[in-house]
Design a protein around this ligand. Structure first.
Ligand code: SF4
Length: 282
């Protein structure tokens, strides 16, 4: 089969859609993460973008989903963003032009730009330049991250980020590894760094019955986060099965196929644990 023309792909429009759309293998020639040398961020790999999001920061937002992620969360609802090749190779200039079209509406709706993924820090140069451009358009900016690549979010990078949506997937290191196949330490280090610099943070905790619902584990996250004055909210995100079809379509083994959604009682117990520790929850 003939290989797709990367230059042609670079000028195609990035599809507007939703985080629940299935797209993958849009740039089959893209390197794997371990071989990726990003350069100056004039190009990057993007999966899609969503408009009108109320979920990813204050106001109404455009959320841009970049590809590439070093984690392998058992509950990931976007496994079609794990590899750079899952996204379209796209020039920074085009992202910025497109963002400029949305900017007046986003400003009027007290919203802004959120970069999510995948893990946006895989493409730190690309995402940093998009954030900087968003700031020059007068937009609020939010980085949605696991924090695993925290050393790439330099102080310079964070100058263009108003809010960090930080996923703490577990307090207990063993559970964190079971959930993500990686270490929790960088995430916690990042949280402490953000607290020391007073950067606004919303903590996100994905609540999966039988996996991340252990009271002691939640207590650990709650006690860690509660003293941090920069943490505005803790958001408890109940596990759902909306991404299950993607695992199947990609031929991946999905261990949570029989896991039920988090019940209202469980969500309420966990919200109570965070609240009792002194966190603002929702
Ligand atoms: S960090 Fe996010 S994109 Fe990466 S595997 Fe986990 S849930 Fe999926």
């Amino acid at each position: 089969m003939a290989k797709p023309d990367i230059a042609a792909a670079a000028v195609a429009e990035l599809p507007e859609g939703s985080r629940h759309d299935f797209r993958h293998d849009l740039s089959p020639d893209a390197p794997e993460l371990e071989n990726y040398r990003e350069g100056d961020g004039a190009f990057g790999y993007a999966h899609s973008y969503e408009t009108g999001s109320h979920l990813d920061g204050p106001g109404v937002r455009v959320t841009l989903f970049l590809t590439g992620c070093p984690l392998r969360c058992k509950y990931c609802h976007n496994p079609d963003t794990w590899h750079l090749k899952d996204g379209m190779r796209y020039p920074l200039e085009r992202v910025v032009t497109r963002l400029g079209h949305f900017a007046p509406a986003l400003r009027a709706m007290q919203g802004g730009l959120t970069i999510s993924g995948g893990e946006p820090l895989v493409q730190a140069a690309f995402s940093r330049r998009i954030f900087a451009a968003a700031k020059s358009l007068g937009l609020h900016t939010a980085l949605d991250t696991s924090g695993f690549l925290e050393e790439r979010a330099t102080d310079e990078y964070l100058k263009s980020v108003d809010l960090v949506l930080l996923d703490i997937k577990s307090w207990d290191p063993e559970t964190y590894r079971r959930v993500t196949k990686q270490d929790v330490a960088p995430t916690l280090r990042f949280a402490e760094r953000l607290a020391a610099m007073g950067k606004a943070v919303w903590i996100r905790y994905v609540l999966v019955p039988g996996l991340t619902d252990d009271p002691a584990n939640i207590e650990g996250v709650a006690r860690f986060v509660a003293p941090m004055k920069n943490v505005e909210w803790v958001e408890v995100l109940p596990f759902h099965q909306l991404g299950a079809f993607k695992w199947k379509a990609l031929g991946l083994e999905y261990e949570l196929a029989d896991t039920p959604p988090a019940s209202a009682d469980l969500v309420s117990r966990v919200l109570g644990q965070f609240r009792d520790a002194g966190c603002n929850v929702r």
